[in-house]
Design a protein around this ligand. Structure first.
Ligand code: FE2
Ligand code: FE2
Length: 205
């Protein structure tokens, strides 16, 4: 899909821009996303790799930077988004990718990057692969991540795409439930989009 050496160059650019910890996480997401993509029948692994490599490209910028960029770009930021500032990087990243990584700014990549934190009511299987890879990559050590990783790889089967897509939907539901329960425990605002994503996933299962 991409020019020869483009992905190699992308890897070098990402490595130069991210901290060591974030870069290691990014490589973990890439490996996990490629594994999941094969299991759910996605053929363009270059696109999956690009989305995984770019998903946290703006994660290390300050809240004010994201808010400023989003306002200048005419994007809407909901009240619940502003109260969950760790998700803002998923909205700023597509704008940043279009500007600095335009070769990779395909519809699939931009959509998956935008939806990797709280999802969306219209997630594709591609979007769900990046969403779950971000949650269960091997570097994640929280119990909820380890348990979900186990659930996914114990229930997906080589060559059974239909089953594996259902497992993927169930994994998205479980991860959203975990996130919402944590926010409730901490008495924090729940992003409205998380609820909308949850409702849409229930319809798919
Ligand atoms: Fe992220
Ligand atoms: Fe991430």
């Amino acid at each position: 899909m991409f020019k020869i050496d483009s992905l190699r160059q992308l890897d070098a650019d990402i490595k130069a821009r991210l901290s060591e910890k974030r870069y290691a996480h990014t490589l973990g997401v890439k490996a996990c996303a490629i594994k999941l993509a094969k299991l759910v029948g996605i053929e363009d692994l270059d696109l999956i790799e690009a989305a995984a490599m770019l998903h946290d490209i703006t994660k290390e910028f300050e809240d004010a930077w994201h808010i400023d960029l989003l306002i200048k770009s005419g994007g809407e930021i909901s009240d619940s988004d502003l109260k969950n500032t760790p998700i803002l990087h998923s909205y700023s990243a597509p704008i940043y990718i279009k500007k600095y990584f335009s070769e990779f700014a395909t519809e699939d990549v931009l959509s998956a990057v935008e939806k990797h934190t709280v999802g969306s009511p219209d997630m594709s299987v591609f979007d769900e692969v990046i969403f779950i890879a971000d949650y269960i990559e091997d570097g994640r050590t929280y119990d909820s991540c380890v348990n979900l990783r186990k659930f996914v790889f114990e229930n997906m089967r080589d060559g059974d795409t239909r089953n594996n897509i259902t497992v993927l939907h169930r994994a998205v539901l479980k991860s959203i439930d975990e996130t919402i329960l944590n926010l409730i425990k901490k008495n924090k605002v729940i992003c409205v989009k998380s609820i909308l994503t949850r409702n849409s996933i229930i319809d798919k299962i």
